[in-house]
Ligand binder design. Structure first.
Ligand code: NAD
Length: 251
């Protein structure tokens, strides 16, 4: 999994999958920009990296805000000189509800972060990568983007949209030495998972069994998949939605 780039930008890296991926990049000697709205968590991620001898900085960014995203990419290049890898991971989940129970505000909130956020990030990252003539982007989708997710229709739709953005961008920039892929995790043990379990304790009992491996995933397992998709070993892989799901989508 050779990474020849120097600089990675990760959104939503104040905790969970984003933090684990930031640590994985840093362990490989990549300079890391942590972008998030959670300042305390993001600063903790930076400290974890720098205490271990890595290089990282925090840039506050709400991925829903075009000017902030534009500045995020500009500052990344200003500070570290390039943008070689981007993991567009910031995302939010929703309360379990059927379509007829949904609220417009919840729909707009999910779409704003999960879809508009990824689109805005890709827009400015790609502008920079086109100037450099290289780059690799990984977007955080979900197994909910590959199939149905009852009571999570809007979340599922948002992740289907992430795959639409990923595949379309992959084709648009395939001859520009820029690869765009997505990871599709099943249930991963993060704060998001813990919150869903709190909302419905039955989920905590049922979730491990939904995965043929009989357990939920670990953040490091998603992070290592992102490393692979960014690596030279994945040089002929673009527009791919890679499930990290303990066999769930094989059923
Ligand atoms: P998490 O809730 O633990 O972390 C998400 C991070 O995104 C937080 O640090 C949060 O502050 C940040 N964030 C939220 N809104 C933001 C905004 N507007 N701008 C910038 N940052 C923002 O989530 P996680 O479980 O680590 O999930 C990360 C990604 O993986 C999400 O896109 C999620 O949909 C996806 N995913 C998670 C699971 C899972 O089981 N945990 C499964 C499939 C997909």
């Amino acid at each position: 999994m050779k990474l020849s780039g120097q600089v990675a930008l990760i959104t939503g890296a104040a905790r969970g999958i984003g933090r684990a991926t930031a640590l994985a990049f840093a362990e490989r000697g990549i300079k890391v920009v942590i972008a998030d709205i959670n300042t305390a968590g993001a600063e903790e991620t930076v400290k974890l990296i720098t205490d271990a001898g890595g290089t990282a900085c925090f840039i506050h960014c709400d991925v829903r805000d075009e000017e902030q995203v534009k500045q995020l990419v500009a500052r990344t290049v200003e500070i570290y000189g390039s943008l070689d890898y981007a993991f567009n991971n910031a995302g939010i989940e929703m309360e379990n509800q059927r379509v007829h129970e949904g609220s417009l505000s919840s729909f707009e909130m999910i779409m704003d972060v999960n879809v508009k956020g990824v689109w805005l990030c890709m827009k400015y990252q790609l502008q920079q990568m086109l100037v450099q003539g290289k780059g690799a982007i990984v977007n955080a989708a979900s197994v909910a983007g590959l199939g149905a997710a009852p009571k999570m229709a809007v979340y599922s739709a948002s992740k289907h949209a992430v795959l639409g953005l990923t595949r379309s961008a992959a084709i648009e920039y395939a001859r520009k030495n820029i690869r765009v892929n997505a990871v599709c995790p099943a249930v991963i043990d993060t704060a998001m998972y813990q919150r869903v379990c709190e909302m419905d304790p039955r989920i905590a009992q049922r979730m491990p069994e939904l995965h043929p491996m009989g357990r939920v995933g670990r953040v490091e397992e998603v992070a290592e998949t992102v490393m692979y998709l960014c690596s030279e070993g994945a040089g002929f892989t673009t527009g791919h939605a890679l499930a990290v799901d303990g066999g769930m989508t094989a059923i």
